[in-house]
Design a protein around this ligand. Structure first.
Ligand code: RB5
Length: 145
């Protein structure tokens, strides 16, 4: 699995935590910044990562901003992206099993680094269940066409 990760200025600390987790899990990844002292615009980071996942360059994408909301809204504008905004472990597991989400977003102003790490770990290691959920995801893919 290849993972693309990025954050704006509001998500740098959790991004570093998740990069350390990816290292520990032995997952290949590329960190797309930001390397920012001052404020940047989250769409400038969400769109490139989402496009790299949508075009198959990366299998999954992880985005972090202050709330996770702006990043998830932007990522979900890209065709083929199913980005889940996650702040709990139940949803992290469920969105992989049921929605086959290929991206996740979190907010550094919402949760701490420990929970963020647990959420990402579950999301990265849970498989899609398929079956009845596949029909539902296919309806989303059809709508996008
Ligand atoms: C930046 O201040 C903040 O708006 C951003 O990190 C994010 O929370 C947007 O949704």
């Amino acid at each position: 699995m290849k993972v693309a990760i990025a954050s704006d200025h509001g998500g740098i600390n959790i991004r570093k935590e998740i990069v350390a987790l990816l290292e520990e899990m032995g997952i290949e990844y590329e960190d797309f910044g930001c390397e920012c002292d001052s404020s940047v615009d989250y769409p400038d980071y969400a769109f490139p990562v989402a496009e790299k996942v949508a075009n198959g360059e990366f299998d999954r994408g992880i985005l972090i901003c202050g709330t996770g909301i702006g990043m998830s809204i932007a990522a979900n504008k890209v065709k083929g992206i199913r980005c889940a905004l996650l702040h709990d472990t139940f949803s992290a597991r469920a969105t992989r099993e049921h929605n086959d989400s290929n991206m996740m977003a979190m907010g550094e102003r919402v949760i701490g680094p420990g929970l963020a790490r647990d959420i990402a770990k579950i999301w990265l290691s849970t498989d899609f269940e398929g079956g009845r959920h596949e029909n539902r995801v296919n309806k989303i893919k059809e709508y996008e066409k």
